[in-house]
Ligand binder design. Sequence first.
Ligand code: F6P
Length: 324
Amino acid sequence: MKKIAVFTSGGDAPGMNACIRAVVRGAAYHGVEVYGIVRGYNGMIKGDIIPLNSQSVSNIIQRGGTILKSARSKEFMTSEGRQKAYDQLKEKGIEGLVAIGGNGTFTGAEIFFNEYKIPTVGAPGTIDNDLYGTDYTIGFDTAVNTALDAIDKIRDTADSHDRVFFIEVMGRDSGYIAVQCGIAGGAEALLIPENLTPIDEVVTILNTGFAKQKSSSIVIVAEGDEEGNAQVVAKKIKEKMGNVIDIRVTTLGHIQRGGIPTAYDRILASRLGLGALEGLLRGEKNVMAGVINNQLVYTPFHDTITKKKPVSEDLIRMVEILST
Ligand code: F6P
C-alpha cells in the first residue's frame, strides 16, 4: 500500500489531532504517501482531499477539535453518495483509509467496505466512550475532566445557597461521562440510560440527605436518560418535592467536546492512530483499533457498532454507596 487517506467524522473529540498526527507521521516513517480528507464523508464525496506531510501536523498534538474538520454526512448514507466517494478515492489513487470517529463513522465504513472493498481501519474518537472493542475512546478523559471542573465550581455555589443542582452531561445513548463525573464529583445521585433510576428513588436519596443535614446536592443526568434530560428530570422532582428544595439546572453541552486534550488522551490517540495505520499497512481491514487491558487489539467494525459496552455495575453501585 503506497497511498492512504485519513479523515475525522461525527462529533469531534479532544485528541483527534494527536491521532491524525500519529497517522501522518507513521505513514511518513513507513514511506507511505498520506492524504487528509476534509469534513469526513462529505469531503470524500466532494473530493476535498489534501496532501499531508510531517510538517502539516506540527504543533497540533495539544489542540482540541480536528484540523481536518468533521461532519455527519447524510449523503454518504445513500448509495449514490458512496459511489461518488469511491470515484473520488479511485481517481486520486487512495488504496486504504484510516477513519477516526464513533459509531456512525464505523457504520458508514462497514457499508462502504462491503460495497467497494477499500481497506479501512478505524480509530475510536468520541467523547462518549460507548464503543465496543476498546476500554477508552479518544476524547473521553478530556471531556470528563472538563465536566468535572464545571461540577466542582457548581458545587461551590450550590453549597453557598443550599441548592440542588441537576447537571446534564453529554451521552446520547451512554452514561460513561455521567458515571465518571458522578464518582469524581461526589454526586448524590446519577441518572444514566443504562440503568433506570426512577424519580421516586431520586426523591428518596435527596430526602435522606436532608435528614442528615446535607444542605446541597448534585444530581448528574446523562442527556439520554430514560426519565428525560436534566430540565425534564428537575421538573419532575419539583412536582414531587415542591418548595422543600431550591432547584437549579445546568446543561454543560458542547463545552465537553472542546479544549486541550489531557496527557491520557494524547497518548491514547497517538497509540491508536499509529496502531490503525500500521494495522492497515499489515493488511487489517474493516476493523477498529482499540486498547483493551493495555493491549492494542483490532475488532471488526460490525462488532464495534452492534455490541454494547456495558457501564460497570460496580461503578454505579459506588456512586450510591459513597453518596450516603
Ligand atoms: O457523540 C458525541 C456527542 O457529543 C454526544 O454525546 C451528543 O449527544 C452528540 O454528540 C451531539 O451532537 P451534535 O454536536 O451533532 O449536536
